[in-house]
Write a protein that binds this ligand. Structure first.
Ligand code: ADP
Ligand code: MG
Length: 484
């Protein structure tokens, strides 16, 4: 637990997150209009989305299925009966004047997310609910001095609002929560998790209380923070601000605030003293949504292996550390890549090569793992040559660079360049003899007790042989010979 030191004592942060995740669906939640990103303004609007009189919403079964899948992925209660409500909304970007959402009876109830934290520790955060709702369109006030433009392409697009319990205690935990949630959504394919394009948006609820206090303090909600880095910055700023107000004897007003990226501060947007006064009412156009238990079971049977299970399997099956396994399962593509490298080979060695050399190279090249110039199988070939002592780990680094550039296989490079490791005792002995003969004073010094010179001899022999000698054998034989 990390506490914040104030002027008058220590303070604890309490954070709950609301995430709006756009369902990966071709059509909107209640209409057949396209839900794709980046279309020309108002090119993707049906009469239902535009709120024409007499138009009736028809629920998109695919979106319901994605909400159920996501609920199952969050180990949550699936409510076989849920209800759609109208939440009053005043702006022109939802022409009906309300948003169809779910209030008292959401499709998904309580669940959990396990956070992977620094040092391989973990914590469980409760999920309060997940409900389906419509996204709003976009009002643009900056296109003309006298008019506001409205783009309804997003109006009616399906969102899953995922609400957490106020269980997080630091910015790092909030970041870990978002990363894990995003990973689960991506594994499931129910949302692409792209925060830059707005398909995953986060509202941060934060309050402070004195260390040891069990009652919750008054919270502020920071709206639409659109990257994990900004979430952490907003939490840093807002927690310090609240401590300052409270220590000066003030009180926190429950309000909605904005994160100002440019200034690095949060500022008030609107007060929210009567929190739930949206006057929700049941949508008379929509019957309660009733799911068959067998349908939910069938969906459950098709869930992919999710990050936590994959991580446990990687640790058991390949002997990976908690840390390496967490890094590899964070993205499904990296996990799949790793398994291609590791299949039938040394798992730990494979994990090292993927997380250090490969990730390092991809970062330098600005490429994703899907764009890796070296395939998983090709990297596996290199790992194999190290495992069976064909080449040393040091030579393998050169071979790896060569693979990146030439696209050739490790075996081909090793053959062409004659990099095969020397494991012949006599040959290694002969190389050592040459170096010892050339440095008689150093040999005398070593034998006189200057142990540090051992490294010098190893270096010289390796240099003379282009690093091709088996390092363990070199060490052993050299030690023998230096005994004199
Ligand atoms: P609203 O509609 O007002 O945003 P919700 O119930 O949808 O309310 O969301 C409330 C969010 O705020 C949840 O994520 C919850 O965990 C969090 N929360 C509630 N009370 C506190 C508090 N005192 N401090 C921090 N977070 C809180
Ligand atoms: Mg809210």
């Amino acid at each position: 637990m990390t506490y914040i030191q104030g002027q008058t004592g220590e303070w604890e942060m309490v954070i709950g997150l609301e995430v709006h995740a756009q369902v990966t669906s071709k059509a909107k939640l209640f209409s057949g209009a396209s839900a794709s990103f980046g279309g020309a303004p108002n090119a993707q609007v049906s009469f239902v989305d535009a709120g024409f009189p007499g138009m009736l919403p028809v629920i998109n079964k695919y979106c319901v299925e994605q909400a159920v899948r996501t609920g199952l992925g969050l180990k949550a209660q699936i409510n076989l009966t849920s209800v759609f409500d109208r939440k009053n909304y005043f702006y022109a970007d939802l022409p009906n004047g309300y948003q169809i959402s779910q209030f008292t009876q959401p499709i998904v109830g309580t669940g959990e997310i396990i956070l992977d934290l620094e040092g391989g520790t973990s914590r469980t955060v409760g999920i309060t609910r997940l409900h389906l709702e419509q996204d709003a369109g976009k009002s643009m006030h900056d296109q003309s001095p006298t008019e506001t433009f409205v783009d309804l392409n997003r109006a009616g697009v399906a969102l899953m609002e995922i609400v957490s319990e106020p269980d997080m205690r630091s910015g790092e935990e909030a970041a870990a929560y978002l990363k894990k949630l995003r990973a689960i959504l991506r594994y499931l394919g129910s949302c692409d998790g792209n925060m830059e394009e707005g398909s995953m948006r986060c509202d941060v609820n934060l309050s402070m209380r004195r260390k040891g206090e069990t009652k919750l303090g008054t919270r502020c909600e920071i709206k639409n923070v659109n990257s994990i880095r900004f979430v952490m910055q907003a939490i840093d700023y807002e927690s310090a601000r609240q401590v300052e107000v409270l220590e000066a004897g003030g009180t926190i007003k429950q309000e909605t605030r904005l994160w100002d990226t440019g200034k690095g501060i949060t500022r008030p947007m609107r007060s929210k003293e009567e929190a739930h006064d949206y006057r929700y009412f049941p949508d008379p156009d929509l019957l309660p949504l009733v799911l068959e238990a067998a349908w939910v079971e069938a969906i459950k049977a098709t869930l992919p292996e999710l990050p936590d299970d994959k991580k446990a399997r990687f640790m058991a099956e390949y002997g990976l550390t908690n840390y390496d396994a967490s890094v590899l399962v964070a993205e499904k593509a990296s996990a799949d890549y790793f398994e291609q490298v590791a299949k039938g080979r040394d798992g730990k060695l494979a994990a090292n090569w993927v997380t250090s050399e490969l990730f390092g190279a991809l970062k330098r090249l600005g490429k994703t793992i899907e764009e890796s110039p070296i395939s998983g199988d090709a990297l596996g070939g290199l790992v194999e040559l190290i495992s069976n002592d064909t080449i040393s780990g040091r030579i393998a680094k050169d071979v790896f660079s060569d693979m990146l550039e030439s696209g050739k296989s490790a075996a081909q490079i090793v053959e062409e360049k004659g990099l095969r490791q020397v494991t012949d005792t006599a040959a290694i002995g002969a190389e050592i003899d040459k170096i010892l003969a050339a440095n008689p004073d150093k040999v005398t010094e070593y034998r006189g007790g200057k142990d540090k010179l051992f490294g010098f001899f190893v270096g010289q022999v390796m240099k003379a042989t282009g690093g091709k000698l088996n390092p363990t054998m070199l060490n052993d034989i050299l030690k023998e010979k230096l005994k004199g």
